[in-house]
Design a protein around this ligand. Structure first.
Ligand code: NI
Length: 393
């Protein structure tokens, strides 16, 4: 059976590469994936699917049932690109100025289309339904996942488990990785407006200096994690922007700081806001200033379901030896796959796509390169997963 899965994955590989290159050349930003969506639907129709389009924006869904009754699982690929000017020099580099598939979502779509092609060749040799979800707008809130869920993508048939793979351009091509539990962070933004009293830079005693207060707040915020959060629990507070002041000899009346908070979800997600607020208020008060603090919630944390992660690992063992399957490391990035996991159990794994030679560039780099041979493993994994998860109970 293992040989058969590899055979199918290799047979569809030229089409997977062709799809990926077309998608790579025609990247579209979040919420604007019109051509991408049309391309996906067109390929699916050519394969004999009757895709549902326009789900949660430009989302596409297709269902393929096995010969025997069984559970319903969903496989998800995200499809949007990033506002980055591509600098790879590839013959199929982006033709859309300032837009690039730098997060590998072109690979995700191509591999899921590859799975669709492969499943057709498997001729229904599984029990249950496979729902293919092509999701827009992963890179930008509120996130395509939440919008597709609102549009009932997980219903009819009712999805019982969901899976995704994200490529990683720093990991050797073809290496799969999985891990149960916390995997990606809840991502929240904050904005702090510090108000003082402006005045002449030569007469600081007549002012309440919000610049000095801001510098103290930035330092103090780094102690929120180190002095409040349990050391074994991952958390990050980063200030990413400071705006205040116009002239070298003027103390402004206001400074605005903004940044990001990453946690692995509740209860810390709420708790850390209280600690930050306390530290900010106390710090600015020491400078005679006041602060308004606002938090904006982003994606929730990704927690991979232990049971479904084991299903994914077993599927991987169907195609590669155990020692070639990694235990994935937790990352503080965000991923809107979290929204599906709030509804149904599932897991997101990763697939290495690093080229075997030359300099490596990480995801979101304008010079990102991937080894397309890894798509064979990606497609073989999807097929193995269908066999592993879709068995008669
Ligand atoms: Ni991504």
């Amino acid at each position: 059976m293992k040989e058969r899965l590899w055979e199918i994955a290799k047979a569809v590989h030229p089409e997977v590469v062709a799809d990926r290159r077309w998608l790579h050349q025609h990247p579209e930003l979040s919420y604007q994936e019109k051509e991408t969506s049309a391309y996906i639907a067109q390929q699916l129709r050519k394969l004999g699917f009757e895709p549902q389009v326009g789900i949660g924006g430009y989302g596409v869904k297709a269902v393929l049932s096995g010969k025997r009754p069984g559970p319903t699982i969903a496989l998800r690929a995200d499809m949007d690109a990033l506002p980055i000017q591509e600098e790879t020099g590839l013959p199929f580099a982006s033709v859309n100025p300032g837009v690039m598939h730098a997060c590998g979502h072109d690979c995700h779509v191509a591999m899921l289309l590859g799975a669709a092609r492969g499943l057709k060749l498997m001729d229904g040799d599984w029990a249950g339904n496979v729902v293919l979800i092509f999701q827009p707008a992963e890179e930008q809130g509120p996130g395509g996942a939440s919008l597709m869920i609102k549009d009932d993508v997980l219903q009819n048939p009712d999805v019982e488990a969901i899976f995704a793979l994200h490529v990683n351009a720093m990991v050797p091509a073809g290496r799969l990785g999985f891990a149960p539990g916390p995997m990606k962070a809840a991502s929240d933004k904050f904005e702090i407006v510090i108000r003082g009293r402006g005045g002449h830079g030569a007469h600081p005693h007549l002012t309440k200096d919000p610049i000095l207060a801001a510098s103290s707040v930035i330092q103090a915020l780094q102690q929120v994690v180190s002095r409040n959060v349990m050391p074994a629990e991952p958390a990050v507070v980063s200030v990413g922007a400071i705006h205040g002041g116009e002239a070298p000899n003027v103390i402004p009346s206001e400074v605005v700081l903004s940044g990001t908070v990453r946690t692995m979800g509740e209860p810390l997600r709420t708790k850390i806001r209280e600690w930050m607020k306390r530290v900010i208020d106390g710090t600015v008060a020491a400078h005679g200033c006041q602060a308004d603090v606002e938090f904006v919630s982003g994606y929730p944390a990704v927690h991979n379901d232990p049971e479904q992660t084991e299903v994914a690992r077993r599927a991987a063992r169907r195609i590669v030896p155990e020692e070639e399957i990694d235990v994935m490391e937790l990352g503080m990035g965000a991923e809107d796959f979290a929204y599906y996991l709030e509804k149904v159990p599932g897991t997101i794994g990763r697939l290495g796509v690093a080229p075997s030679s030359g300099e490596l560039f990480p995801l979101h780099s304008s010079r990102l390169r991937v080894d397309e041979s890894a798509f064979v493993t990606g497609v073989a994994f999807w097929l193995a997963l269908v066999q592993e998860a879709c068995t008669a109970q």
